[in-house]
Write a protein that binds this ligand. Structure first.
Ligand code: NAD
Length: 287
């Protein structure tokens, strides 16, 4: 049996926040104070919980925070106009567009309205494009969290078999690209892989397994290779419990390192949002 280490996402997040505060102290006064503005259209309850979390997090870490909330009947044109005002406002370091948007609005079109250098979540097509070139400016927070978690294990990526389950634009694909840039051999699995009955054979080969499908129990623990690193991005509600995509109980007896859900990727992703705000501030003086 392997001596498994459960990765403490909260501790990694705490370390990152400390690094961010130190970095903020060193920033020139001309780009301070840092300010994150969230734009919310409508009143989705999960989105409102998230904005309150952002506010607390920013307050605790010396970043100003403002929520610009609009009704669900705001037009896409007006919302884009409001985003443009924030792009032009020198006092705004970074912008986050809350999801979901009111029905009928195209998220990508509105995310594209954010200045890529103020794109707190790293979702602008220009930022996604830079990920392809291995020169991210502001990359998606969850993907940055996945990389940070893998680095925290000290396990080398070069030449290793990495399997990413999930190929979404926001998690699976950019994660695969950043992992490729660390010279890992990357296989991306998705719903088609399962339909072909091939998911198990790919997962069993993984030295490093990243699962981001949003399907509880998709990867049974006994598929995990002994000594693997397992990063479970999935968030699934089961009654009053939150679980990941990987069968944790069995997987945690086989993996060398594994993230729990909750308490793994989630807190690190939130810390990466703050890191992106600091990165956005630095871009102000780089360009
Ligand atoms: P998505 O729905 O956009 O994509 C899901 C992916 O999983 C797709 O590529 C799909 O092909 C794949 N998939 C679905 N069913 C599958 C199956 N049976 N077999 C193989 N692949 C399958 O989801 P997303 O936005 O990428 O998010 C994925 C999960 O990660 C969700 O649970 C989400 O809540 C979670 N998430 C967590 C964080 C965090 O900070 N922890 C951040 C973002 C997303």
């Amino acid at each position: 049996m392997v001596n498994t280490k459960i990765i403490d996402g909260k501790a990694i997040a705490e370390r990152i926040r400390n690094e961010i505060r130190d970095e903020m102290d060193r920033l020139p006064a001309s780009i301070k104070p840092l300010k994150l503005v969230a734009v919310q259209a409508g009143d989705d309850s999960a989105s409102s919980i998230y904005t309150r979390q952002q506010e607390k997090l920013c307050e605790k870490n010396g970043i100003m925070y403002e929520l610009k909330k609009f009704g669900p009947d705001i037009s896409a044109e007006r919302l884009a106009g409001e985003i443009e005002k924030l792009n032009l406002d020198d006092g705004v370091t970074a912008v986050i567009l809350q999801m979901p948007l009111p029905a009928g609005m195209d998220p990508l079109a509105l995310q594209s309205a954010i200045n890529p250098l103020k794109d707190a979540e790293g979702v602008h097509p220009a930022n996604m494009g830079r990920v392809i070139y291995g020169k991210p400016c502001l990359a998606p927070c969850t993907v940055l969290a996945v990389m940070e978690i893998i680095y925290s294990t000290g396990v080398a990526l070069e030449g290793r078999e990495v399997v990413v389950v999930g190929h979404s634009g926001i998690v699976g694909k950019p994660a695969a690209l950043l992992l490729l840039d660390r010279l890992a051999t990357v296989t991306v699995c998705h719903v088609g892989t399962s339909m072909a009955g091939m998911l198990e054979s790919h997962v069993r080969r993984a030295d490093i397994l990243v699962v981001a499908a949003g399907k509880a129990g998709l990867v049974p623990g006994d598929w995990v290779k002994e000594g693997a690193v397992v990063v479970d991005v999935g968030i699934n509600r089961q009654g009053d419990r939150i679980v990941g995509d990987v069968g944790f109980e069995t997987a945690s007896k086989r993996a060398a390192y594994i993230t729990p859900v909750p308490g793994g990727v989630g807190p690190v992703t939130t810390a990466m949002l703050l890191k992106n705000v600091v990165e956005a501030a630095k871009w102000k003086i780089k360009v």
